[in-house]
Ligand binder design. Sequence first.
Ligand code: SAM
Length: 445
Amino acid sequence: MRNPPERYLQTLREHFAQAPQWFDAKAGASEAAKAASGAALTTYQDGQDTAFQRWFHFKEAFSPEFVTAAVSSLGYRPQHVIDPFGGSGTSAITSQLLSIDATTVEVNPFLADVIKAKVSPLTADMLRSAAADFLARLQGTPADLGRLAHLPSTFVEAEGKDRWIFPSDVAGRLSQYLACIDAIEDIDVQRFFRVVLGAILVDCSNVYVNGKGRRYRGAWKLNQPTTEKLDEHFGRQFNTSFEDVLRFERRPRSRVAVIHGDSRTALRQVETPADLIVFSPPYPNSFDYTDIYNVELWVLGYIGCAADNTKLRNETLRSHVQIRRGYDAPVGESTTLTRTLSALQDCRAALWDSSIPEMVGAYFRDLELVLEQSKRLLVSTGRVMMVVGDSRYANVRIEVATVLAELARSMGFGQVTIKEVRQMRSSAQQGGEYQLAESIVELRA
Ligand SMILES: C[S@@+](CC[C@H](N)C(=O)[O-])C[C@H]1O[C@@H](n2cnc3c(N)ncnc32)[C@H](O)[C@@H]1O
């Protein structure tokens, strides 16, 4: 540890109560051990008040405590942590706060920017002066709906439409924000502003988004967002994220590489060995993250046309059947997977999409690719820790942890253990009971 300032130590203790023992000699051994057991700590329960988690509401994020517990479980201070499925960047920012080098890969360009914004060398002074310039520029920038002309037709209110995500005056205000963000010269500052806007977009729209996709709010036509609401939310979110920049301004700056790409191929470019490879991939439950973050991707300009959307979907893990693509099965051996795929094929007619058996096989091939690279990169004392969840289709349970453990053994990982952390509720069609396990699969070289 490079003598971090006392203020940093305090704030870290406040937000990351279970920092590893080597981080803080005063921390109790039992606390660290409790955290290392992983129970119920994998996902963040309520990140609203947690530094950096509150930059963007990301339901599936790790809790920082889980990452610190994973680091702590190594029993020594790691040099390098890799997360191939970055999401909102919990592994990256937690590693940085603990002064550990990190690499993370994220396929979604908006989420990759969320991570970059969190770990970039911003200062409160830079943001203060950028905010003053931004507000001054906003006054003199006219609304220009032409800026949003690329958006799908349901996005902006116009005559003849019966549904729209943004009223036309809010869309106009958004166009002003976007123009002023583009005018910011410093790339880190520009990204910070874009992420702030991304964090409030859905709240300032007529829709809400959950695991099932996008839905219109009840009585939305009577309660539409206003430009005042947009201004207020932007200001509030700016202040929240700014506060974390200010508090952690003098944190140790370890090297954090954020790779915007597809981890199935992007990991090949990573050369530095890792002590810990920790991740939670999408679960094979047909939930497509491209849909969930569609409003942010389109409005912020990460997606400019339908082809961009398809390209992004093609780069995501084969955990859904939103687009048709090639399906290949893992090369390693898993008797559980063989049995599962044959059970799925037997009930193909009862499945809501006939490609589900092949999608499930391909899902494990994708994770096998990530594990191949993980094996190459893992140091002999290191660990891979994967948080994975089971799925179920027509009463066939996809035992993800068991299949991955079998594949990992056939790839030559030395020690393979599975720890169940909680039971998840299955979908309403399946009775909605708690019957799907979420587990941590731990692999050693
Ligand atoms: C469960 S989330 C990870 C959450 C993360 N642990 C956190 O704390 O925020 C899975 C992430 O994997 C990303 N993803 C999906 N396919 C990917 C791919 N092929 N390469 C890299 N990331 C991918 C999704 O966009 C999503 O953000």
